[in-house]
Design a protein around this ligand. Sequence first.
Ligand code: 2AM
Ligand code: CA
Length: 319
Amino acid sequence: MVTNGGRRPEHFRAAVFCLGGGGVWGGEEVGRCRLKFFALPCSQLRRCVVTVGRRVAGVIMSEIPTNELNIFLDVARSAACEAGELLRRNFGNELEVDSKHAYDIKLALDRESQALITKRLLGAFPDHALLGEEGVDGPADSPFQWIVDPIDGTVNFFYGIPHFCVSIALRHQGETLVGVIYDPNLDEMFAVTKGGSPTLNGRQIRVSERCELADSIVTVGFAKSKESIDQYFERFKQISYQVRKTRMMGSAALALAYIACGRLDAYIEEQISTWDIAAGVLLVEVAGGVSRTVPRDERGEKFSICSSNGKLPLEQYYH
Ligand code: 2AM
Ligand code: CA
């Protein structure tokens, strides 16, 4: 990616500095400028600064090589599998409840699952950061950040409904590069890397082809405050008139995974957390769909979302 702050590239002569140094590797024409890239070990070739005289004219972000993404993906997959196994073993057992609110439950197992995932991910990548539903870990200034939901669908889990999952994503400087969603009940592993092929248990998946609302199945979710339930009910009524069926299944991550593989056509939710949707949004995007997210808090952790196969006329639900 090359940015030049809106200036027309033919108006300046550029020099490129690669953070970390190295020899010349190649170049690229941008307008009339020839930008030089530098040969560096792949792990260092992240960011080049383009300068004109003393001014920074732009930044070149390099792609993280596929083999490196696949290493991240493998570690994420095995951490999700291990956490899924922990959930499967505990499903149906007497559970220790950490806290109960009017609309939500937190289990000791949420924390245990996140601790296990953290150990695996930061054990493999100690310089990475981690943001999970149950807290943060690792160096806060790391450009790499794992986004973890150790149980998505905790209420389902607690009530013995076998529809919950583990969701893990990796972001690099805010861009999601890797996502896995593992459903331990069905032993279904959804996995994706940016620019790769999204898969379900190793087989390539794609969003549905349905383009009429009347043919579609849309899953919806409500935020847990009274105000938002009251407000959202009207929209729920409206969409129910338009589509074949609505569903409320209780796991945002699985809703997105199901869109990515064509089981569902859209998902609309008023307020959802970043760890619920980080992996799923990448899955949907790479599988051919689209997701509109609108921030709902200042910390950037809560969003409204309208995600679909990209073929349905859902603009009115873009919040
Ligand atoms: P959880 O099971 O990880 O808590 C249910 O519609 C979805 O909403 C689930 O993915 C659930 O995630 C999520 N959810 C639960 N509590 C929430 C909250 N307070 N705000 C936003 N989303 C929440
Ligand atoms: Ca959770």
